[in-house]
Write a protein that binds this ligand. Structure first.
Ligand SMILES: N[C@@H](CCC(=O)N[C@@H](CS)C(=O)NCC(=O)O)C(=O)O
Length: 225
């Protein structure tokens, strides 16, 4: 197995998906909590390109970017597969993961911190993206099929918890059971899985973090104008 370390931040959904994958595989690891306002030399050394968490360090070799890390974990510890075997299905899983991060997650972030007309537009665009996820999950218990969670479930895992906090702090609604009944049902099922639930940060700490981040993002945007 070798030595496995995760440089992360406990409130980061990108880091939690990596922890979920390691726990799903039963891989033991050491968690190194990063202060993102005062980044460590270890993080800067291991992720000089993006300077972001998570970074997985396996036998002193660093891997950055959560989606890349999930694939590395799946290829290194082959039991309890996260990605499907079939090449077409694997390609589809990667396609939807990229779509979910680039359109749904980024769309939700924009809807969260923007204001006024820009916020309305961001909500509309995020809702349009969520419609595609609803179609993907229709008729299935999990994104990875009916039997168990997999790569795509971990990638979408921010929806039942982080999105809910973003909605509360940002004053918007995206996870609407009327509009997206299958997605909503999946979210309820996913979050109740003990391995998933046990890794979540305390909700009040996340609310404080998002309150801070909304003011920070708005002040940065104002400074640029
Ligand atoms: N695409 C990256 C995103 C990682 C990311 O945005 N990490 C945030 C924490 S949630 C971070 O390290 N932010 C520090 C910064 O931007 O300076 C991934 O999937 O790993």
């Amino acid at each position: 197995m070798g030595e496995v370390k995760v440089i992360g931040s406990s409130k980061s959904l990108f880091c939690t998906r990596v922890e979920w994958a390691l726990k799903f595989k039963g891989v033991e690891y050491e968690y190194l909590e990063e202060d993102l306002l005062n980044k460590s030399t270890l993080l800067l050394k291991h992720n000089p390109v993006h300077k972001k968490v998570p970074v997985l360090v396996h036998n002193d070799k660093p891997i950055a970017e959560s989606l890349v890390i999930l694939e590395y974990i799946d290829e290194t510890w082959k039991h309890n597969s996260l990605l499907p075997e079939d090449p077409y299905e694997r390609a589809m899983a990667r396609f939807w993961a990229k779509f979910a991060d680039e359109k749904c997650l980024m769309g939700a972030f924009m809807a969260f911190w923007k204001e006024g007309e820009e916020k309305e537009k961001a909500i509309e665009s995020a809702l349009e993206s969520f419609t595609f996820l609803e179609k993907q999950i229709q008729g299935k218990k999990f994104f990875s099929g009916d039997d168990n969670i997999g790569y795509l479930d971990l990638v979408m895992g921010w929806i039942p918890f982080w999105l809910n906090v973003m909605e509360e702090v940002g004053g918007m609604k995206l996870d609407d059971p009327q509009k997206f009944p299958s997605l909503h049902e999946w979210a309820q099922n996913f979050i109740e899985i003990p391995l998933i639930k046990d890794c979540l940060p305390p909700r009040d700490a996340l609310v404080n973090y998002f309150n801070f981040s909304v003011s920070y993002n708005r002040s940065m945007a104002a400074a640029k104008q």
